[in-house]
Design a protein around this ligand. Structure first.
Ligand code: ATP
Ligand code: MG
Length: 190
């Protein structure tokens, strides 16, 4: 199985579709958000640093993230493919990922971009706030995360386009429809 990068705004469904893809293809899964929340929960030094950024809707500095990503990747079984959920989020992270994989004889595989309108995203995240109580799922921090996404992360879509691996899926009101389109693209390219 190829590697997959799943890309989209906060609340676009990266984690949700990743879980479905992982279940179907038995791949590895790296959610950088989950890794960071685990560190915070365990009260590690990294967790303490990350918390300040996350609660403020900002990105963790690239050098730190790149280091975490490489360590997490190397801890996974080889040859099964990995889905990268929430990484890369900046151009330097994308360049670092490409280099890190090349050094290991691997590549980025395919990129799946999820496009969802901001009104839908806001409604989902406020609903998740009720269900999961994530500290950064409040209206003020969500707005900051959207702004960070537009300024630092969204431009990366073009970067993936130039790499020739961008596959865009636009929300049309149904998770099942999205999933069937995503699975069809994976089947074509895996
Ligand atoms: P969702 O999971 O619903 O798509 P999200 O993209 O906002 O929403 P996570 O991916 O869980 O959520 O990330 C939560 C926070 O963790 C981010 O706002 C950021 O502070 C930090 N974070 C996660 N991944 C990275 C990354 N690659 N670079 C920098 N910061 C990151
Ligand atoms: Mg997530």
């Amino acid at each position: 199985m190829k590697n997959i990068i799943i890309f989209g705004a906060p609340g676009s469904g990266k984690g949700t579709y990743s879980d479905e893809i992982v279940a179907k293809y038995n791949m590895g899964h790296i959610s950088t958000g989950d890794v960071l929340r685990g560190e915070i929960k365990n009260g590690t030094e990294l967790g303490n640093i990350a918390k300040g950024y996350i609660d403020n809707g900002q990105l963790i500095p690239d050098e730190l993230m790149i280091d975490i990503l490489a360590k997490t990747y190397d801890a996974l079984p080889k040859g099964q493919g990995v889905i990268f959920d929430g990484f890369p989020r900046t151009i330097p992270q994308a360049e670092a990922l490409k280099k890190m994989l090349a050094e290991r004889g691997d590549d980025m595989g395919m990129m799946i971009e999820l496009v969802v309108g901001e009104d839908v995203l806001m409604a989902r995240l406020l609903n998740r706030a009720k269900e999961q109580g994530r500290a950064d799922d409040n209206e003020e921090t969500i707005k900051k995360r959207f702004a960070v996404y537009h300024s630092q992360t969204a431009p990366l879509a073009e970067w993936f386009e130039k790499e020739g691996i961008r596959n865009t899926f636009t929300w049309k009101g149904s998770k099942e429809l999205m999933l069937s389109e995503i699975f069809a693209a994976i089947e074509e390219q895996k």
